[in-house]
Design a protein around this ligand. Structure first.
Ligand SMILES: [Zn+2]
Length: 165
């Protein structure tokens, strides 16, 4: 478990209230999470109400993890770890994403990358795993658009030297 306490300076500087909310809420991630990305109304889009969710995308390093049961277990564990430790005043809405096509996800790596440069035009180009209440599962061929996650901002990134547990 990694305590997220060091936030990206661009995020902390441009969204101080959301940053404070995450700080107070005890945000933790599994060691296999590489990056945390914020989108939605608590992010750069703005327009949040006092009770608005925080929309976070956890980018998971799934290298070496076999497809199937093992992979799904990892995705589920990643989401549960963050959700079960969250003590914030508002709900967290988290999804786990992973490199589905081995493209290294340029769309996500740099939020400013034009999705037209993505080989999949930004549609279903990343693997997404979500939890809704007790139900959890992959979002498969659902026409998921990276563009709908914009504008987004990098909240935190795993240090290059960190070794996954
Ligand atoms: Zn893409």
């Amino acid at each position: 478990m990694v305590d997220v306490t060091q936030f990206e300076s661009e995020f902390a500087g441009s969204l101080p209230q959301t940053c404070e909310l995450l700080r107070r809420g005890h945000l933790v991630v599994d060691p296999r999470v590489k990056r945390i990305i914020l989108h939605g109304s608590r992010g750069l889009r703005g327009g949040c109400r006092p009770d608005s969710d925080v929309d976070l995308t956890l980018v998971v390093d799934d290298s070496g993890v076999e497809e199937g049961y093992e992979h799904e277990a990892l995705m589920k564990a990643v989401l549960e770890e963050t959700l079960q430790n969250w003590k914030g005043d508002v709900k967290l809405d988290v999804e786990a994403v992973f490199d589905l096509h081995g493209c290294r996800m340029p769309c996500l790596a740099n939020p400013k990358v034009n999705t037209r440069k993505c080989p999949y035009r930004g549609i279903d180009c990343i693997g997404v795993y979500r939890m809704h209440g007790d139900r959890a599962g992959y979002v498969v061929r659902a026409g998921h658009q990276v563009d709908k996650m914009r504008p987004c901002i990098l909240v935190w990134e795993r240090k290059k030297t960190a070794v996954p547990a």
